[in-house]
Write a protein that binds this ligand. Structure first.
Ligand code: FAD
Ligand code: UDP
Length: 379
């Protein structure tokens, strides 16, 4: 009856489903949650404030094709995301940039430091903190040390339970030192929020006569995947394609042990005032147990009385009920364990892994959409 079964209704699963449906395939999506949208799901809370249930999501991309594709399903609220860090009650722009340099060192000294930074790395360069730390110049060392201690050390310890130099270098490189006066958190050409909501975008993407969505259904309960031989769906052999976007260890009952992930807990608070803080996101880089506070009204541009904020508390992940794996922990040992799970699929035909969980990678939304295009192309 179905040509393809897609597990997961986040960006990975939804884009693949829509593209296959457009080609005339009948697609069934099974999703364990009671809603579509994966971690990008947003919804109005009891006060009518549009919140992001699974952490703040801001769309950004330099990939024209991805931007144009998503624009078929939504208009955009133009929003260039900026972040400030609360450092001992002073608010400084993050990523650390030439504005931050001036705030920290004063005009005169900042000019001198700026010249040395630009002579070394070039105007507009985006330099990872761990690179900057390697520079032997005394002045650059001073800046690197400031940025390391006031922006990266404590935040990274909270987020990963590890020091910046212990986590994969690509992680801290996501927030480089920027040698320009641009305070934007992301360097991408296109940035914004779906005008109505992410959930509406997903509703439109999945609204296709060839797509059926079944919520509150776990892959493990309906699919059986023997190492050799046929996959079956609800006890009946299934010859079509399977696109899996969830965590691979869970699919195989964690038989080689759990794949390590970091998790988060979110604490929502509502206030009867117009705004709670000075910015959409404030990072707490030297204090507090939470990493950041998001105030949704700033992100979405929603005009409403009262405001809802969210504090993010990083947690270790042990797979207990209700815990969600949010971030793969990138290192060679974990990659080897992941590969072991992938090898279980070597003899399973027509089985595709797509997504941040299924590929054990630190993908942004746009990268997932691009990846989904690629997989559909391969098919
Ligand atoms: P998901 O969105 O996780 O979707 C996977 C879906 O599969 C889920 O709905 C899940 O319930 C379902 N599923 C899993 N296993 C099973 C199973 N066994 N059976 C049935 N269903 C299953 N990216 C950005 O570009 N900008 C941002 O600002 C941004 N902020 C982020 C903030 C946080 C806190 C986090 C964690 C991520 C953020 N991201 C951001 C990344 C973004 O969330 C991901 O790129 C995107 O959601 C990945 O889509 P996906 O479909 O791979 O995974
Ligand atoms: N980071 C930090 N301080 C900050 C912002 C980021 O130390 O103020 C580090 C931290 O290790 C974090 C990584 O940079 O995990 C990537 O940050 P990003 O904001 O991209 O994380 P995400 O939004 O994906 O959680």
């Amino acid at each position: 009856m179905y040509n393809t079964i897609v597990v997961g209704a986040g960006f990975a699963g939804s884009v693949v489903a829509r593209e296959l449906a457009e080609k005339g395939e009948k697609v069934l999506i099974i999703e364990q949650r009671n809603h579509i949208g994966g971690n990008c799901y947003d919804v109005e809370d009891e006060h009518g404030v549009l919140i992001h249930q699974y952490g703040p999501h801001i769309f950004h991309t330099s990939n024209e094709a991805v931007y144009e594709y998503l624009s078929k399903f939504t208009d955009w609220y133009e929003f260039r995301h900026k972040v400030v860090a609360n450092v001992n009650e002073k608010y400084i722009p993050v990523p650390f940039n030439l504005n931050t340099l001036k705030m920290v060192y004063g005009e005169e000294k900042a000019e001198k430091l700026k010249k040395e930074l630009i002579d070394t790395y070039g105007e507009g360069a985006r330099v990872p903190i761990l690179e900057l730390k390697k520079n032997p110049s005394k002045d650059i060392q001073e800046i690197a040390q400031f940025v390391y201690e006031n922006i990266f050390l404590k935040y990274t310890m909270k987020q990963w339970g590890q020091r910046p130099e212990e986590v994969d270098a690509s992680v801290t490189a996501r927030v480089p030192v920027v040698l320009s006066y641009d305070d934007s958190y992301f360097g991408d050409k296109y940035q914004g929020m779906p005008k109505e909501s992410f959930t509406k975008l997903f509703e439109r993407m999945l609204d296709h006569p060839n797509i059926t969505v079944r919520l509150e259904t776990r892959a493990e309960d309906v699919l059986s995947i023997p190492a050799e031989g046929k996959v079956s769906f609800e006890g009946t052999p299934f010859d079509g394609k399977i696109v899996f976007t969830g965590p691979l260890d869970q699919l195989f009952d964690c038989r080689f042990g759990r794949l390590p992930y970091r998790s988060l807990e979110f604490a929502f608070e509502h206030y009867d005032k117009e705004y709670y803080q000075c910015n959409s996101v404030v990072n707490y880089t030297v204090s507090e147990d939470y990493t950041r506070i998001t105030e949704f009204k700033y992100l979405t541009g929603q005009k409403i009385d009262g405001t809802t904020i969210m504090k993010e508390y990083p947690k270790s992940y042990d797979g207990n009920d209700g815990q969600i794996p949010y971030y793969a922990i990138l290192n060679p040992e974990n990659q080897a364990l992941y590969e072991k799970y992938v090898s279980l699929l070597e003899k399973v035909p027509n089985f595709y892994l797509v997504g941040r969980l299924a590929e054990y990678k630190y993908y942004n939304m746009d990268a997932i959409v691009a990846r989904a295009f690629e997989v559909v192309e391969q098919m």
